[in-house]
Write a protein of this length. Structure first.
Length: 449
């Protein structure tokens, strides 16, 4: 058992990293600059927590393995379970995906509820502590600057050094690791960036059983022409969370009249129909997201021992795809596996495994965003072909459950993107576009399901 580990940041990424470290260190300390709420409410340090979030099947599985009984507890707190194919209305390519039971189970809840339960389970671990209202000032290295030996922190106006065998930066998009590492004499990681200039506007309202014809979610993929889309997800306490999205200034307003008008402008009427039959519980709240970013730590040749970068501090991408929490969960599982093998070349091994995890959601998010003409990025022949193929796949998914299943496995990070181009799926996509005679009405569920 190793001695001390320190995690910087207590968002989902930081807490999941801490859970993985708790399997391998006698003592794990989480440093958090905020006061953590005792109840499931938003907090200053996680502004995105007030907007719609998805816990994908892959992420839910990791949470259950790290915290046995977690899914049951989440449902007991009000989370809404559902089959992510049968119980959700996926609108893409001018129509709804056909809905049959797919066996991919998901859990719909607010991010604060999920974070609060994770935090409670963490605090119950005997070898873990959380230091709140504490600011990380940077890693402390040995004289040769080859080994990080701890981190300097400030609490209540006083500075001190926490010794550690491993420091993990999970401070999110605002990570200062690049600057800290440069200060230790290391080269910064190359950063891939795709400017998307997305705006999110979110409202919470009451939920009725008849809304969405009994479905628990509707996902309206942004249209490349109107550059508008949105999601409506069930959450605890019989509520909906509605997040509408637009690109390059084409944002949903924060007044109710403008919010409703934006919903009415969407190609699919689901969100507008719910807004016409619900009681708003909050005012519309806006957030801006300028760019998807990915720091290529797996390509850095020199990196200090005893230090890692994790979660959104490595990569963050368009939140509309709901991948962030699940990517952090999968990275935590990878960190657990790397530590199980040993400490040798830990950074190199972890960053390589994290890159393989990130490749899937990055390709999904960036590839889909490149359908928007103003988004800057490489539109080579490969990207153009993939986007053309995916547009055909979604049309076939309007009536072919096998195509839907292939897409959902990728969307839930259960299968690599190339799997949707397997010969058996490509044939169904071709057939579904040439002979779409079996198309069901929008949103219909096949008989017997």
């Amino acid at each position: 058992m190793r001695d001390e580990a320190v995690v910087l940041g207590a968002s989902m990424g930081g807490m999941l990293a801490a859970r993985a470290l708790a399997n391998h260190f006698s003592r794990v300390t989480v440093i958090e600059r905020d006061s953590l709420p005792q109840e499931a409410t938003g907090r200053r340090g996680v502004p995105q927590g007030r907007h719609a979030h998805g816990l994908l099947a892959s992420g839910a599985g990791v949470l259950e393995r790290f915290f046995p009984g977690f899914q049951r507890q989440l449902v007991e707190r009000g989370a809404v379970p559902g089959d992510l194919i049968r119980d959700a209305r996926w609108f893409h390519g001018g129509g709804f995906h056909t809905r049959e039971r797919g066996g991919i189970e998901g859990f719909l809840a607010s991010r604060p509820l999920i974070e609060t339960l994770v935090c409670e389970r963490l605090r119950a671990l005997p070898n873990l502590r959380i230091l709140e209202n504490t600011t990380a000032l940077g890693p402390v290295a040995d004289e040769a600057r080859s080994q990080v030996q701890g981190v300097r922190v400030r609490h209540a106006g006083e500075e001190r050094v926490l010794s550690a065998d491993l420091v993990v930066d999970a401070t999110g998009r605002g990570s200062r690791s690049a600057r800290w590492l440069e200060g230790l004499g290391y080269q910064s990681a190359v950063v891939d960036e795709v400017k998307v200039e997305i705006g999110y506007t979110t409202l919470i309202c009451t939920r009725k059983p008849q809304h969405l014809e009994g479905a628990v979610a509707a996902i309206l993929s942004p249209d490349p022409v109107t550059q508008r889309g949105g999601v409506i997800l069930a959450m605890e306490d019989n509520r909906w969370i509605i997040t509408m999205v637009g690109y390059f200034g084409n944002y949903a307003p924060t007044d109710m009249a403008g919010f409703r008008a934006f919903a009415q402008s969407l190609e699919c009427p689901d969100i507008h129909n719910v807004l016409s039959d619900c009681e708003p519980l909050t005012e519309p709240l806006a957030m801006r997201y300028p760019a998807s970013r990915r720091a290529r730590y797996e390509k850095v040749r020199r990196f200090p021992n005893g230090y890692l970068v994790f979660g959104d501090a490595i990569s963050s991408f368009n939140p509309i795809y709901g991948q962030g929490m699940s990517v952090s969960a999968l990275e935590a599982e990878a960190l657990d596996a790397c530590l199980l093998i040993g400490d040798g070349n830990l950074a190199e091994r972890f960053f390589r495994r994290a890159a393989a995890i990130i490749d899937i959601p990055w390709s999904i998010a960036v590839g889909n965003d490149l359908r928007i003409p103003q988004v800057e990025g490489p539109r080579n022949a490969r990207v153009r072909f993939i986007n053309w193929y995916m547009s055909k796949l979604h049309k076939a998914a309007h009536h072919d459950p096998e195509v839907v299943m292939a897409f959902q496995k990728v969307a839930n990070l259960l299968a690599p993107p190339p799997s949707v181009m397997a010969p058996s799926i490509a044939w169904r996509v071709l057939k579904g576009n040439l002979f779409p005679s079996s198309v069901l009405p929008f949103g219909a569920v096949r008989s017997g399901v």
